[in-house]
Design a protein around this ligand. Structure first.
Ligand code: GLU
Length: 468
């Protein structure tokens, strides 16, 4: 291989949402580029005018930016380069590595039949004719590819893959209407963008043979190939809707953090020993395309949840407050002045158990509720005469507590239970219900600290007052 500076790229077709497999391909391209100090580029393959849409282009931009996989240059739009694709084909004609093929549809159909009967690929009679037949006749331009020998793809992931040249027909480069074909456009763009490593899904492995022939037809250096296996669902079958999610945006909506996605996706098909949790710096230092495994990876929700929980515990509180606020707004939860401070206090107390930011949001709403709380049946059932008496005595003790902190309140609760001659289990459930209104909440001292002293006392008072 030459010593050209390493350039990788991702080349999605903007025809729908951004698939999680595309995200993983982007990640591996990004990691490899960073690993060797090269560049990571983006090309939007929008040549299919029927299927390419503006929202799908935006979904790719949004997905990459959410994942933090930022290309090192402005994106290249493939369709806008059609003139350049045509120009390269003219050069190939001049070099003798392409030719005009005037086969009529009838002739082509006939050749196809004969080829099938003879067990070979189709061959155009125009391949070996000199000069033009009749410029007014419609024609396509085909690659004049080798018909003997083999084309070797030394794939970094799949190993050596060989194509017998006799099994590859002469690829059409330009259609009758002058429009460039897909394989031509990919090769010209990769060449012009200086791409040295093509890392992409293994559904394109067959194209690598075709594309190598085009590189050779132009005398261009062939890139290093690396074809990645698919990401399957937990059952080993092709990832589909019923597995829970396919689109990058869905993972955002489900409350996964981008750094958790990067860490988890890196583990799908690649790994560094037993390392489960690692940041970008480590991944970039360790990653090598040669270490990617050839077998399909499986999405494992439990592992993703584990990794996400790690990053939720590591995240800055202000950021989590922002994320939780966004989720609450999307649920039309009425937010008030002062709720920010409540979230600041509550999130550190409830985040350890949260697998997603949606769960984190579930775990904070108890603290944001407005008094008087509606107590669910189950909570009301806890409020027997005996419990009411105890809660009233406990409230009196709380009124004198100056140090409203988790360790001190744990101490106060324990001492109170002792003084009542009962276990904490006798008051805990009722107090929790009164403080939380039956929503998920941290343990008692944590709930009291989240709410603050005045709100805690007021909620107890509400529950004990006759109206409750
Ligand atoms: N546009 C192709 C796709 O979205 C990728 C082509 C490539 O990476 O070479 O599957």
């Amino acid at each position: 291989m030459s010593d050209r500076p390493v350039v990788t790229r991702i080349a999605p077709s903007p025809t729908g949402y951004m698939h999680i497999g595309t995200a993983r391909t982007a990640l591996f391209n990004w990691l490899y580029a960073k690993h060797v100090g090269g560049k990571f580029l983006l090309r939007i393959e929008d040549t299919d005018r029927e299927r390419s849409t503006e929202p799908a282009v935006q979904a790719i931009f949004d997905g990459l930016s959410w994942l933090g996989l930022i290309p090192d240059e402005e994106p290249v739009f493939q369709f806008s380069r059609a003139d350049r694709h045509r120009q390269v084909v003219q050069e190939m004609l001049a070099r003798g590595s392409a030719y005009r093929c005037y086969m009529t549809p009838d002739e082509l159909a006939h050749e196809r039949e004969t080829a099938r009967a003879e067990g070979r690929v189709i061959r155009s009679p125009w391949r070996d004719r000199d000069g033009n037949y009749d410029a007014a006749q419609p024609y396509v331009i085909r690659l004049k590819a080798a018909t003997e020998g083999e084309t070797l793809i030394a794939d970094q992931v799949k190993g050596d893959v060989t194509f017998q040249n006799k099994d590859l027909d002469d690829l059409i480069l330009l259609r009758t209407d002058g429009s460039p074909t897909y394989n031509l456009a990919v090769v010209v763009d990769d060449h012009d963008m200086g791409v040295t490593h093509v890392i992409r899904g293994d559904d394109h492995l067959n194209n690598a043979g075709r594309q190598t022939q085009i590189y050779e037809g132009m005398g261009w250096e062939v890139p290093v190939w690396a074809h990645l296996p698919m990401i399957n669902g937990p059952d080993g079958k092709k990832l589909s809707k019923r597995h829970g999610a396919q689109a990058v945006s869905e993972f955002d909506d489900m409350g996964y953090l981008p750094e958790a996605m990067r860490n988890y996706l890196a583990k799908l098909g690649w790994g560094h020993g037993d390392a489960e949790i690692f940041g970008d710096d480590q991944a970039q230092a360790w990653f090598d395309i040669k270490d990617v495994v050839g077998a399909p990876a499986r999405l494992d929700w439990a592992k993703l949840a584990h990794v996400n929980n790690h990053y939720i515990r590591e995240a800055g509180i202000d950021r989590l407050v922002g994320l939780v606020t966004r989720i609450l707004k999307s649920r039309d939860w009425p937010l008030h002045d002062g709720d920010d401070a409540i979230l600041q206090r509550t999130i550190p107390l409830v985040r350890d158990g949260a697998k997603t930011t949606l769960e984190l949001a579930d775990n904070v709403v108890f603290a944001l509720k407005r008094r008087p709380l509606e107590l669910p049946e189950k909570a009301l059932a806890q409020l027997t005469e005996e419990t009411r008496g105890r809660l009233a005595r406990l409230a009196a003790v709380y009124a004198d507590v100056a140090d409203w902190s988790v360790p001190n309140l744990e101490d106060v609760n324990r001492k109170f239970a002792e003084s009542e001659g009962v276990g904490l289990g006798k008051i805990g459930p009722a107090l929790r219900a009164v403080l939380s209104g039956g929503s998920p909440a941290p343990d008692l001292a944590g709930a009291l600290v989240s709410l603050g002293k005045p709100e805690s006392l007021a909620r107890i008072d509400d529950a004990l007052s006759p109206a409750a």
